[in-house]
Design a protein around this ligand. Structure first.
Ligand SMILES: Nc1ncnc2c1ncn2[C@@H]1O[C@H](COP(=O)(O)OP(=O)(O)OP(=O)(O)O)[C@@H](O)[C@H]1O
Ligand SMILES: [Mg+2]
Length: 269
């Protein structure tokens, strides 16, 4: 994979607005189920941030709200100081979704070029960028193939490439390596690390805990729609007296479960 280019970071020394600021985010889905309640989260510009939690914790719900796929029930979300619904915010976010949602009637290169059109990229620039990313993600041989004829790992790579077409400053990766083979996974992580080095803020969810530990400067643990801990991997290991982030995770989730049970017992009493 060739190295990524810079993402246009503001001048050094100026006070930096957070890449992501979430205040009081609540999502109650139709039917009345509240997946996330009063969640606050701030991610600094330039961070490599991991959001870890069990199935159903609310990670995709939060990411969906940031990227305007889920309408918040309450709360305020800003991306580099812009309301998340604004054109500016949308332009700054690149999202590789957990669910693979690719137009089945477009070729791989068209998927990329069409996506760039949303962000006002001219056709020639979009073509150049698509070629570059197909090269990076080893998809050039599949340029004229439609998504249903790609392997699962190839579709993931295409999602990744699509997220990067418009040079986002906040790259959101929701389980980007689910179903991706070991070799490619390490290449994708390496590429993401380099994007981060040139200034891209990364928000990552993954169930590969040891990879999150190696990559993320800061990690938040989420359970039941609430952030239950947030720190560096070192800080979390010390706080939970665990040898690694998998140990931290298991302890934190068990403690949160125990206090939820205590609370339920209190309410019932
Ligand atoms: N459209 C929806 N309608 C109703 N409930 C929903 C909807 N989308 C998600 N939920 C519920 O919200 C909760 C949080 O789901 P979410 O997808 O945010 O979890 P997650 O942390 O991303 O989990 P995973 O690790 O499995 O991807 C779950 O209980 C889920 O069933
Ligand atoms: Mg999810």
């Amino acid at each position: 994979m060739s190295p990524p280019s810079g993402s246009g970071i503001g001048s050094a020394g100026a006070p930096r607005v957070a890449a992501l600021s979430v205040r009081g985010f609540t999502k109650t889905y139709a039917g009345g189920f509240t997946a996330v309640e009063q969640l606050d989260l701030e991610i600094p510009d330039g961070a490599f941030f991991g959001l870890l939690g069990p199935n159903g914790a609310g990670k995709t719900t939060l990411i969906g709200a940031v990227s305007n796929l889920v309408r918040p029930t309450a709360g305020r979300i800003e991306v580099f100081g812009h309301d998340h619904e604004s054109r500016e915010a949308r332009r700054l976010i690149g999202l590789a979704e957990q669910d693979i949602n690719l137009d089945r009637f477009m070729n791989v290169d068209e998927v990329l070029i069409y996506h760039a059109g949303y962000f006002g990229m001219g056709r020639r620039d979009a073509r150049r960028r698509a070629n570059e990313l197909m090269d990076v993600f080893d998809l050039s041989a599949k340029a004229k193939v439609r998504p249903p004829a790609l392997s699962g790992g190839m579709r993931r790579r295409l999602l990744f490439a699509r997220a990067l077409m418009h040079h986002p400053r906040l790259l959101i990766l929701d389980e980007p390596t689910a179903g991706v083979d070991v070799e490619l996974r390490s290449e994708l992580w390496e590429y993401t690390r380099r994007l981060h080095q040139v200034g891209t803020t990364v928000l990552l969810t993954t169930h590969y805990l040891e990879e999150a530990e190696a990559l993320c400067e800061e990690i938040a643990l989420i359970r039941g729609g609430q952030i239950i801990a947030r720190d560096t991997a070192d800080g979390l290991r010390a706080q939970y007296d665990a040898p690694d982030i998998a140990g931290v995770y298991l302890r934190a989730m068990a403690e949160a479960g125990a206090s939820e049970r205590d609370l339920a017992a209190e309410v019932a009493a």
